[in-house]
Design a protein. Structure first.
Lengths: 303, 270
């Protein structure tokens, strides 16, 4: 089924049960007639990792996928790259069904992924060698690979280290290399699964700067996190709770629902807590999104 | 645990040298020829010549000689063990008798030669990894084995497995170091007691290490799959291998040196 040209990825009523957690396919099969509550996965006391998730990722948007540990964020992300296929429901990437094995290569050439632990996704022993791994697998001509690797390393701020062994890089640099590896594949969409989880504040800032410039360049980004301070520049947020979409909307809209953060397993950063308190206690004209700059301006006006 | 930070075997050291620029296929073949030559060496002067060759190679590769020597560290135990077996379990002309133990002339010379052979084998083999990027090495192996693919030989798979193994050597050494430090902090004693106790003390290191290795292997496989990896099929290269005149000259040079040493060993020195 073809989707709107502006849609990058679409999940329709997707349920996913990990093999071994239930006897494979949820009863009701691909027809999707039977709700997951009625499925074997639930009746045996096992919860599907995703339950009836419907989501559309638009071209050029920066989508934040939020949720606590075990909420199904990573499972959802793996569906976007055809690493996992729905047990029930449909997932399409640029109109191509992830269930069709013939589409897998095209899908992975359109959506690249960056995982949480940079150490576990670096294949090459030299920086440029690792960045070239994806384009080499895509079967691109040598000149094209060289060009893409150079551009990707420049965008990730690693061009000066292109000849360095990967084990000499810092944690932040390793994660930026993982991003460079994904960028070198020149995919229109980039999915990042908690890319800042293992980074120190400096490494986190560096990576977020790279993502911001990529988004400004028109790349579609799906960023998985449970740190709310990292989503301030995103266009939209989706909150997952126990494999279901609990909330979906704009970033200002999300902060307007800050009372539900605890229920969703999210922790409000101090800046957001302050913003919330000030909104409740004062008549100050506070910003819609509590960014550091906007909050500083508001507080300066107050003082 | 400091020794774990100083292991160089399997690591690539970037430099702009003649040896670094050689085609990996040339280096692999040269190493095979050199290893054969070392196995055939029988005279101490020939071993000295191999030592000189090793030093010259380090200079030619722009690598510090100490760094090259360090790559033999992991096999020192094996070298000593082999030498020990030779000293105490070789029959021949008695040199020294202590109770029921007899040390023979043949045993001592066998221990020295076998120890030197093993040492040189590792040192020359380590040049391959020190001067060749693992991806190049894997490409070289893949190309060398490619004639056997038609008989079902998994050339690409083997080459990729080797690349990944080499890539993970520093990571796993770090991991081992980390686990050992964690166990030391919890009272483990790796350097006390007899051999059996020391081996037993390593069990709490090995178990989490195995778990981590399998976890990492799974994560890496997923990450490779996500980056369009599907084996060697349709894969191109950023740096395709090109055999140049310099590679032919290098290979001929190695062949001539090794042949010279073998002939010298057999005809004159013996």
């Amino acid at each position: 089924m073809k989707t709107d040209s502006k849609t990058v990825c679409e999940l329709r009523d997707v349920t996913y049960v990990y093999p071994g957690e239930a006897s494979g396919r949820v009863p009701g099969g691909a027809s999707g007639q039977e709700p997951p509550e009625a499925s074997g996965a639930v009746s045996t006391g096992r919860r599907p990792a995703l339950s009836g998730v419907t989501l559309r990722v638009q071209e050029g948007e920066w989508l934040a996928l939020l949720g606590s540990n075990g909420s199904g964020k990573s499972t959802l992300a793996k569906h976007l790259n055809a690493l996992l296929t729905p047990t029930q429901g449909d997932c399409t990437v640029f109109g191509l069904s992830t269930k069709d094995l013939n589409n897998v290569f095209a899908i992975r050439s359109a959506v690249s992924m960056v995982f949480q632990n940079p150490e576990n996704q670096i294949v090459g022993t030299v920086v440029e060698e690792d960045a070239a791994f994806g384009p080499e697998n895509q079967g691109l001509p040598t000149e094209e690979i060289v060009l893409r690797v150079e551009n990707a390393l420049r965008a990730a701020g690693l061009l000066a280290k292109r000849k360095k062994p990967t084990y000499t890089l810092s944690g932040g640099e390793k994660q930026r290399l993982a991003v460079a590896g994904a960028l070198a594949m020149d995919t229109p969409c980039l999915v990042l699964d908690e890319p800042t989880a293992m980074l120190d504040p400096q490494g986190r800032r560096e990576l977020l700067d790279v993502l911001r410039s990529l988004h400004e360049g028109g790349k579609t980004i799906v960023s998985i996190t449970h740190r709310l301070e990292e989503i301030l520049r995103c266009d939209r947020a989706v909150v997952l709770v126990e494999g279901r979409i609990a909330w979906e909307g704009s970033i200002p809209g999300l902060f307007a629902h800050s009372d539900s953060f605890r229920k969703w397993g999210l922790d409000a950063p101090p800046l957001v807590s302050l913003w919330k308190e000030l909104r409740a206690e004062t008549d100050l004209p506070l910003p819609e999104i509590p960014t550091l700059t906007a909050m500083t301006d508001s507080l300066c006006r107050l003082l | 645990m400091k020794f774990l930070n100083h292991l160089t075997f399997g690591q690539y050291v970037p430099a702009d040298s003649l040896v670094h620029r050689l085609d990996p296929r040339c280096k692999i073949l040269a190493v095979l020829v050199v290893l054969t030559g070392i196995f055939l060496a029988r005279h101490i002067l020939v071993f000295a010549a191999w030592g000189g060759l090793l030093f010259s190679l380090a200079v030619l590769s722009h690598l510090p000689f100490r760094l090259v020597l360090r790559s033999a560290k992991p096999v020192l135990i094996l070298v000593f063990f082999t030498a020990f077996i030779h000293v105490f379990f070789t029959d021949g002309t008695p040199l020294l008798e202590i109770g029921f133990i007899t040390i023979t002339r043949e045993g001592v010379s066998g221990a020295v030669y076998m120890g030197l052979r093993l040492l040189f084998l590792v040192l020359f083999a380590s040049f391959l990894t020190l001067t060749t990027k693992p991806m190049e090495l894997s490409d070289g192996l893949e190309r060398l084995f490619s004639p056997f693919v038609r008989f079902g030989f998994p050339a690409h798979e083997l080459a990729m497995m080797m690349t990944i193994a080499l890539r993970f050597i520093p990571t796993l050494l770090d991991e081992t170091d980390r686990i050992m430090k964690a166990q030391l902090a919890r009272g483990a004693a790796f350097d006390r007691g007899n051999l059996w106790k020391r081996l037993k003390a390593f069990l709490p290191v090995l178990i989490p290490l195995f778990v981590i290795v399998f976890q990492r292997a799974e994560d890496l496989a997923t990450a490779m799959e996500a980056r369009c990896y599907r084996g060697g099929e349709g894969r191109t290269r950023m740096h395709p291998l090109v055999w140049r005149t310099g590679d032919t000259l290098g290979a001929l040079c190695v062949l001539a040196i090794v042949a010279g040493l073998i002939v010298g060993d057999r005809s004159f020195l013996s």
